[in-house]
Design a protein around this ligand. Structure first.
Ligand code: B12
Ligand code: SF4
Length: 428
């Protein structure tokens, strides 16, 4: 996106350490982005360039939440969304008057800025696209509302469709935090987007993130499915009402935990699978609760399972609370941010020791992504969605997590072996 904002007389190189080993490259100006868990690495690279007198600009969510920390590692930092300030920053750089800080405003999203996908590494399995920003909710563990604001902002549907037409990848991840939004108007806009994809012949398989109430709207599900939706990531968090209060996950309370299954079934009926995100290690969690939630994930209509440990990230209410209660386990920042990646216990739980939580999570992950469970889930998804692509997307997600949970101990799950004699064409 930053490259997309940059005037065309700049020569830009993009290095993504998810795919490529870092290689020092001469440059006039270096820009770095990082999530919290990668911020220390970002500072390392920034320091390397600055030692050689190459100016560095840092931006992104972590930098915006921790500007005082980040400032020490950069010539300039961008706090917030970059659209309103990036060109001013480049002009200042040209004039030799780079400022220490730039404060980006929330973008109107009407500027038709498309990411420079030509710069991407070729190994991305799917292409990302963003159609909205902002979230009016304020879940305890999340900093999105703090960063992107609580107003739900929408890109014009036409711009999104035009951008989609430029994407070569057959698979898309629509990265909006909630693709359907929070009002009838925003849900209608999502339907318009799906109808636009259909009428323009944009044939992609895609997945998205949405709140659980997407299941309440048959029309949105119908057009999502028709336009290629295979899976929806939904923040389920917990199957217990008091824990939804604890995490301030109000939207799930509206549906009610007793109606989760009906919601999953309605989504399945349209040939779409559910990626259910669950959170573990809440203050009210006992070891027994962790076992119960693991069981819930397996027995429920969730197809692809995501299970992470409560992690206090900067800018969240959770972080403030745990810090004030002296319950952060690692505070040697910025180095210790590397531990804040959702798969390591970084806070002191209440009903158990941190080692007990860690052991319980190892057991949870190995139970969830045990080979037999993952195969059974695949068959269940196929039966419920009657859609081979939806089942394959969910299976692939579980497979990735199986391989993470078991590492080299067990060989990777084999989709060919799994599918065996099933005639997938019957399910499309
Ligand atoms: C897409 C996404 C993913 C994708 C990423 C795919 C990819 N390769 O890009 C996937 C699913 C893989 C993913 C994974 C994870 N994610 Co994620 N993800 C997102 C999501 C939904 C959108 C991010 C995005 O692309 N936005 C669009 C771009 C345009 O916005 P942006 O990055 O904010 O950039 C703007 C500004 O920040 C600024 N800016 C950003 N960088 C820079 C750099 C410079 C130099 C400048 C000037 C400006 C600038 O300008 C941009 C334009 O305005 C966000 C939620 C959100 N709403 O932001 C969570 C989010 C970023 N993810 C988050 C997390 C925690 C994770 C995981 C750790 C989760 C996990 N348990 O494993 C992993 C880590 C992955 C990794 N390798 O590091 C958190 C990060 C919080 C934090 N403080 O770090 C977020 C904010 C979600 C949340 N609810 O809190 N994620
Ligand atoms: S977790 Fe999702 S719904 Fe909750 S505040 Fe963050 S973006 Fe909004």
């Amino acid at each position: 996106m930053i490259a997309g904002l940059t005037p065309s007389d700049w020569d830009i190189q993009l290095l993504d350490e998810n795919f490529e080993k870092f290689q020092y490259t001469e440059a006039d100006l270096v820009g770095i982005t990082a999530l919290t868990s990668a911020s220390y690495r970002a500072y390392e690279i920034a320091s390397l360039y600055r030692k050689n007198n190459i100016p560095v600009v840092l931006g992104g969510i972590h930098i915006s939440m921790m500007p005082d920390e980040a400032e020490g590692y950069a010539n300039s930092i961008v706090i917030g969304e970059a659209e309103s300030v990036w060109n001013t920053l480049l002009n200042d750089f040209d004039k030799g008057t780079l400022k220490k800080r730039y404060y980006g405003e929330l973008s109107s999203l009407t500027d038709r800025i498309f990411p420079r996908r030509d710069l991407f590494h070729s190994n991305y399995t799917y292409a990302n696209i963003q159609t909205t920003r902002g979230c009016p909710l304020s879940c305890d563990f999340c900093s999105v509302h703090n960063f992107n604001g609580s107003k739900y902002r929408e890109r014009p549907v036409k711009d999104v469709l035009d951008e989609m037409e430029t994407i070569e990848n057959e698979r898309l991840f629509i990265i909006d935090d909630n693709l359907i939004g929070y009002t009838k108007k925003s849900t209608d806009r999502a339907i318009d987007l799906f109808k636009g994809m259909i009428s323009r012949g944009i044939k992609k398989d895609w997945y998205c993130q949405a709140s659980l109430n997407i299941a309440d709207n048959e029309e949105v599900l119908e057009y999502a499915a028709k336009s290629g939706c295979r899976m929806i990531l939904i923040g389920i968090e917990s199957e217990k009402v008091d824990q939804l209060h604890e995490t301030n996950k109000k939207i799930n309370l509206r549906i009610g935990v007793n109606h989760y299954e009906e919601a999953f079934q309605r989504i399945h009926k349209h040939g779409i699978s559910v990626l259910g995100a669950l959170v573990f290690g809440l203050d009210s969690d006992s070891i027994e609760d962790i076992k119960n939630r693991t069981r819930f994930a397996i027995d429920s209509g969730i197809d692809a399972m995501q299970a992470t440990i409560v992690t206090p990230l900067p800018g969240t209410a959770l972080f403030k609370r745990l810090e004030s209660e002296n319950r952060l386990l690692y505070t040697n920042f910025p180095r210790d941010w590397e531990r804040y990646h959702f798969h390591e216990v970084s806070h002191q739980p209440i009903k158990m020791t941190s080692d007990e939580l860690s052991a319980a999570m190892d057991e949870c992950w190995r139970t969830l992504w045990d080979e037999k469970t993952v195969y059974r889930k695949m068959l269940k998804t196929l039966k419920q969605t009657k859609n081979a692509k939806a089942a394959t997307w969910a299976f692939t997600s579980n497979t990735e997590r199986h391989n993470l949970a078991f590492g080299r101990e067990k060989p990777a799950l084999d989709i060919e072996k799994m599918l065996g004699n099933i005639k997938l064409s019957n399910y499309e």
